[in-house]
Ligand binder design. Structure first.
Ligand SMILES: Cc1ncc(COP(=O)(O)O)c(C=O)c1O
Length: 376
């Protein structure tokens, strides 16, 4: 038998392209002194987290033993706070290393090679990686209008053997929300399909399917602390599901994977409801203002149910690179099928959005066609 010269990766991994993780952090480090970056590319919170997060972490670090011990393996205190926040029972919540780890865990626990999986298109790219790593090539469901509810399109794609349906609500990058009544309809009519609902941006829409978790054994809802809660760097997410799904997921879940600083920070963040509510309000206000400001400059701007706005322009590459020269980092989504011309801009505070428009106005003097709408 001839042996390979170097170890071979799994056949499912061999054909994957590395995940395109374009980070603006090094460009931000290289900005000239005095240029304040506007990091609006990854839909993180645009401001630091609640001061209580920093206070709790600092206090925790004051105990010299806390870093050499493992974290609270069951994330018990955090799960209790999450039960209070979500209304889901504490035993039906699992804390994960970012919500990406929750998505990966569900794929790892439920998918076999060749399974049928349907995703709403356009979608969050990393889910595709987790599915492909299990030997699954998801099929996509897209309505004619990518900004309308895709429920009918999903139902049309469902087969009796469809193992899983994944969608984010609000979706990234469209911001479209699938209301719980429609999630309920799908869960009820397809009991052997697992519906994986990614609510990473839930706080900004206020619309959730968690109320259905106790009702449907074929529903998993994931959420994150990386967006509205402001601690993307600490990597904390969670999922909520019925008893049977939880039992299966616990077989693979590594309870050591959620570090202690993440747990401490997340607990403080989730308990500061006043801070959360005021950030949501600020982002909504800033979004309405930015949509109008861009519109009055001739741009085709669309506010979403999440913490980002979309601008559809004739030359997305020009917009993204010109903004970078002004210290502004946004995300070109125009390569996604059916999404030509779209650039995604994370929303921050009203003051930050006014700063953004000031920089855009400077650029418009040099590039008058910067915001020219996409014409097909
Ligand atoms: C829809 C969606 N799900 C999940 C994530 C990942 O979140 P986390 O930082 O919790 O892994 C993102 C991040 O951009 C996202 O947009």
């Amino acid at each position: 038998m001839s042996m390979p010269e170097v170890p071979r990766p799994s056949g499912f991994v061999r054909d994957l392209a590395p995940y395109d993780a374009v980070s603006s952090l090094s460009a931000i480090d290289d900005l000239p002194d005095g240029v304040v970056p506007l990091k609006l590319d990854w839909n993180e919170s645009a401001i630091p987290p609640s001061p209580k997060v920093i206070e709790s972490i600092t206090a925790y670090l004051g105990n010299s033993h806390h870093l050499n011990w493992y974290s609270d393996l069951g994330a018990t205190r955090l799960r209790l706070a999450l039960a209070d926040y979500s209304g889901v029972g504490v035993d039906n919540i699992l804390v994960t290393n970012g919500s990406d780890a929750a998505l990966s865990l569900v794929c790892g626990s439920y998918l076999d090679p060749g399974d049928d999986v349907v995703v709403v298109w356009p979608t969050y790219g990393h889910f595709m990686v987790f599915a492909r790593a299990r030997g699954v090539e998801p099929r996509t469901a897209a309505g004619e209008d990518l900004f309308a509810s895709p429920t009918d399109a999903v139902i049309k794609e469902l087969r009796p053997d469809t193992k899983m349906v994944y969608f984010a609500s609000p979706n990234n990058p469209t911001g479209v929300v699938i209301p719980p009544e429609e999630v309920s309809r799908m869960c009820e009519s397809h009991p052997s399909t697992l519906f994986l609902v990614d609510e990473a941006y839930y706080e900004f829409s206020g619309i959730s399917s968690v109320g259905l978790v106790g009702q449907f054994p074929n529903l998993v809802v994931t959420r994150t602390f990386s967006k509205c809660l402001g601690i993307a760097g600490l990597r904390v997410g969670y999922l909520m599901a019925g008893d049977e799904v939880m039992e299966n997921l616990r077989k693979l879940h590594n309870p050591k994977s959620v570090n202690s600083l993440g747990q401490i920070g997340a607990l403080a963040a989730i308990q500061d409801r006043e801070f959360i509510d005021s950030y949501i309000e600020e982002v909504r206000r800033a979004g309405r203002w930015l949509e109008a400001a861009l519109g009055s400059r001739g741009a085709d701007a669309r506010i979403t149910n999440a913490n980002f706005i979309l601008v559809r322009v004739a030359d997305p590459g020009l917009l993204v690179s010109a903004l970078e020269t002004e210290g502004v980092f946004v995300r070109d989504r125009s390569h996604m099928k059916g999404f030509a011309g779209y650039v995604r801009i994370t929303l921050g505070t009203l003051e930050q959005m006014k700063d953004l428009i000031g920089r855009i106005d400077r650029l418009l003097e040099k590039h008058p066609a910067l915001l020219q709408p996409y014409a097909g």
